[in-house]
Write a protein that binds this ligand. Structure first.
Ligand SMILES: [Zn+2]
Length: 436
């Protein structure tokens, strides 16, 4: 009891002492915070000033704008008693300003009894750079022949340092990669599921938030995708669905698990490809076309519209976004070009899979493997055996599901197997970024 009492007395003394200390020792003016506190702004960037003086309360603020030696007062305001915090939106859109450096000088006063009751005054200056010009983009490559579901590359230069740049097609964005020359290369796909009316454009955003747009000439071909009927047997469902049951514990029948795998797990796994796409180098470390697994027959192609049937009733539709290659069971799988291994593990519908990065967002996917012979970080050569085919994940029988991915979006591998296509559409445009 005695200890509790002395603890209380101590706390009381401490609180009193602390309060007294502050009452007589607030010799600082209010704290002024500006958001943004520096860097670049556009004509429209919202600027917010926050003033804080919880000790002595706010009395008054003056905001002065300075550019090229000219001074304009843009706010002079008194605060009512007991105002600890104030927020002021600063609107510079009506000021006559030039692009370049400008200063906002904030002078504020509190209600401290110091200075014979005049309070403490604090002055803080913030320097901002006004930038209202969008980045200027010059497209260096010409004649872009695109196919829906296929790839293309664009070379461009930008007149200033930017935060990001790349190719925008509808909601899809493919980041560009700056080269040693200072110019940029952007490998992109006209996505298999994008509206053919969308217009691909090079976009760039500077630090202030100004967006520049650069158009480029292109031709777009719409391929005819195959329509495939796929019967789903009860035997297949009983054999393959137990491994996916954990993902969907509420699903009551193997058919229900299958539909969940198709409609929920499949899109999730595709979205995951976008995360893997970020693990890419800024240049290609290959120059030849891509290999095709030797001796294997093509069982399914890119873009196949698959209609799934169960007991003669259509139950679902999906698009096949790779090429299925089948030969013997546990066939050797070669790396189809040189690159760096960025993923080796089990991933949903793909089962055991390997992803190799080939630079500029270009990656190859090897799915349903029975074994894997490489690890993340390994640098592999074109033709090097990286694993063996299998039927892991959502596969009915032993085969290789081979995918080529551009910026996280599957593309048609056929183009990359054709050395003329690779030369005409990809490698011949790479030099453009280094020619001055
Ligand atoms: Zn497949």
């Amino acid at each position: 009891m005695k200890t509790i009492k002395s603890f209380f007395i101590l706390t009381l003394l401490f609180t009193l002492g602390y309060g007294t200390y502050f009452y007589f020792h607030d010799t600082d003016g209010p704290l002024a915070l500006l958001d943004p506190s520096g860097g670049s702004i556009t004509r429209k960037t919202p600027i917010t000033l926050t003033l804080n003086d919880e000790t002595s309360m706010l009395a008054q603020v003056t905001i002065v704008l300075i550019q090229d030696g000219k001074t304009v007062e843009i706010l002079n305001k008194d605060y009512p008693e007991n105002t600890p915090i104030a927020r002021e939106e600063i609107d510079l859109s009506k000021q006559f300003l030039k692009d370049g450096l400008l200063t906002l000088q904030i002078t504020s006063r509190d209600r401290s009894i110091y200075h014979f009751g005049d309070g403490n005054t604090a002055t803080t200056s913030f320097q901002l750079i006004r930038d209202t010009r969008p980045p200027l983009i010059e497209v260096l490559s010409t004649a872009h022949n695109l196919t829906v579901g296929g790839a293309g590359i664009v070379a461009y230069s930008i007149g200033e340092v930017v935060e990001n740049s790349g190719v925008q097609i509808g909601d899809y964005f493919f980041p560009g990669h700056q080269q040693l020359s200072g110019d940029y290369l952007c490998l992109f796909t006209f996505p298999y599921n994008a509206d053919p009316e969308e217009i691909p454009q090079v976009v760039a955003m500077d630090e202030a938030g100004n967006q520049g747009v650069g158009g480029f000439y292109y031709r777009l071909k719409q391929p005819k995708f195959k329509v495939d009927k796929i019967p789903i047997s009860d035997r297949f469902l009983k054999r393959k669905m137990p491994q996916f049951q954990d993902f969907f514990p509420q699903a009551e029948t193997p058919l229900e698990v299958f539909l969940n795998v198709n409609r929920i797990l499949r899109p999730k796994n595709r979205a995951w490809l976008s995360d893997v796409a970020a693990m890419t180098s800024d240049s290609f470390e290959w120059s030849q076309s891509f290999l095709r697994q030797p001796g294997a027959a093509t069982r399914a192609t890119f873009g196949d519209r698959r209609h799934y049937f169960h007991n003669d009733k259509e139950i679902d539709q999906q698009t096949h976004l790779g090429i299925d290659l089948a030969s013997i069971a546990r066939a050797k799988v070669p790396a189809t070009n040189s690159g760096t291994v960025v993923y080796t593990d089990i991933m949903g519908i793909y089962g055991q899979c390997i992803i190799i990065d080939h630079g500029l967002g270009l990656q190859t996917l090897y799915a349903h493997l029975s074994s894997m012979a490489v690890e993340v970080g390994d640098v592999v050569e074109r033709g090097q055996i990286i694993g063996r085919t299998g039927a892991t994940g959502l596969a009915g029988g032993d085969h290789l599901h081979y995918g080529i991915i551009v910026g996280g979006v599957p593309v048609n591998p056929i183009e990359w197997w054709d050395k003329n296509w690779v030369r005409n559409n990809i490698t011949s445009k790479l030099q453009l970024s280094s020619e001055q």
